[in-house]
Design a protein around this ligand. Structure first.
Ligand SMILES: NC(=O)c1ccc[n+]([C@@H]2O[C@H](COP(=O)([O-])OP(=O)(O)OC[C@H]3O[C@@H](n4cnc5c(N)ncnc54)[C@H](O)[C@@H]3O)[C@@H](O)[C@H]2O)c1
Ligand SMILES: O=P(O)(O)OC[C@@H](O)[C@@H](O)[C@H](O)[C@H](O)CO
Length: 353
């Protein structure tokens, strides 16, 4: 029997990852004391899916604080560690993983990072050289949302977890865990399509005063921006990754359909949070702009989204650099346009957007 540990008992950890292992025992490790206590006391929670599927009760777990002795023991004995804590937190795991896994002399151990981001493995490179460790990434397409004052989760009805079978060196024998040979490319396409569209909706949605994400996604002006950006972006993504036009169109349509789905009550804030990370050069706004530049085109609408991300960062006081520092990699003309748009947004000169 596998010893499965899931680090991160948040929306993705308990609402999505644990579903694949519902017939096994899973040990959740989290740094949120309150959450760990609730999981220990209540011993079960449910995942609901809206009108498409019956809810699922999950009670197959134990939960411990990541800094406890139980956590150390479970990590030392694990065969499979799934991690979903947010890219910016991954480095916090270097020490606990190093201490636990170095005790583990002969065993082989699979570690699967379930985070949004290109090359997130880099954050845990220190543990990759530990003998027996196989470190791989997986891609989360499924949206999971916590319910207020409860352990329960609302989830999109999607059981699909592609993972990097090449980095792992072998396949994982669980239903709906899908081995991918080119996970790096699928990850880039996902971040530069799904998450790019999410950025359009959330940052323009924030500017327009929306709180519910699907309301922003169904706004007429925001939709026009999505259509304009996706039209240009899809052509460039097809060229960059050698993808058939129909396939990329299907991919972006899936994202748009999900984001417009009013049954999924997501928030603009969840999608917009952590804007400093989202303005990274390998992230959802700047990387698509760079890909467009490579093929000799650009999108004023995506520059406006970049400006609205800065607007969000300024309003929420969450930028970690000067606004202009985020865009140094772009051509001067585009940097100037973003600066002008930011100014317009603050002066409320952008009309309907
Ligand atoms: N929720 C979604 O719909 C969704 C969809 C796609 C991808 N993702 C990605 O999944 C990852 C997790 O997102 P989420 O929505 O589940 O976030 P979340 O905030 O709901 O859960 C993250 C959990 O990790 C815990 N954590 C953080 N640092 C930790 C540490 N050092 N040790 C132990 N626990 C720690 C937090 O306490 C929290 O319980 C992110 O990378 C996100 O981008 C989420
Ligand atoms: O999870 P983040 O913070 O990287 O991004 C927020 C959303 O874009 C993201 O969670 C999407 O909803 C998800 O990636 C599904 O496409």
């Amino acid at each position: 029997m596998s010893n499965i540990v899931c680090i991160g008992a948040g929306q993705t950890g308990r609402g999505f990852i644990n579903r694949f292992f519902r017939n096994d025992r899973v040990i959740f490790l989290d740094k949120n004391d309150e959450l760990v206590k609730k999981l220990q006391e209540r011993k079960e929670y449910s995942v609901s899916f809206g009108s498409t599927r019956s809810p699922m009760t999950l009670n197959n777990f134990e939960a411990y604080d990541i800094n406890s002795s139980e956590a150390m023991d479970s990590l030392s004995n694990a065969n499979l560690i799934m991690i979903s804590i947010g890219r910016n937190h991954l480095k916090e795991l270097t020490k606990p993983l190093e201490s636990a896994l170095k005790k583990n002399t002969e065993k082989s151990i699979d570690i699967v990072l379930c985070e949004n981001g290109v090359n997130v493995k880099r954050e845990l490179s220190a543990i990759e050289s530990i003998p027996g460790v196989h470190l791989a990434e997986a891609i989360i397409f499924c949206t999971t949302l916590k319910e207020k004052n409860s352990l329960d989760i609302f989830s999109e009805d999607l059981d699909y977890l592609p993972y990097d079978a090449i980095a792992l060196g072998h396949k994982l024998n669980y239903e709906n865990l899908v081995p991918e040979e080119h996970l790096d490319i699928l990850m880039q396409r996902k971040i530069y399509t799904y998450n790019c569209i999410s950025a359009i909706i959330s940052y323009l949605g924030y500017y327009k005063g929306y709180e519910i994400y699907s309301d922003a996604a169904n706004d007429e002006d925001i939709n026009l921006c999505i259509q304009n950006i996706v039209h240009t972006l899809n052509q460039c993504i097809c060229r960059e990754y050698n993808i058939a036009e129909k396939e990329q169109e299907r991919f972006s349509n899936l994202a748009i359909r999900k984001f417009k789905n009013k049954e999924i009550i997501d928030t603009v804030e969840r999608n917009a949070r952590d804007v400093d990370r989202k303005l990274g050069e390998k992230e959802r706004i700047i990387a698509p702009l760079l890909i467009m530049n490579k093929y000799g085109v650009f999108s004023k609408d995506l520059l406006l989204v970049a400006a609205s991300a800065i607007y969000y960062g300024e309003k929420t006081n969450t930028l970690k650099k000067l606004p202009s520092d985020y865009f140094k990699i772009l051509p001067k003309k585009q940097q100037d346009m973003i600066t002008q748009y930011v100014d317009d947004l603050f002066k409320n000169k952008k009309g309907r957007i």
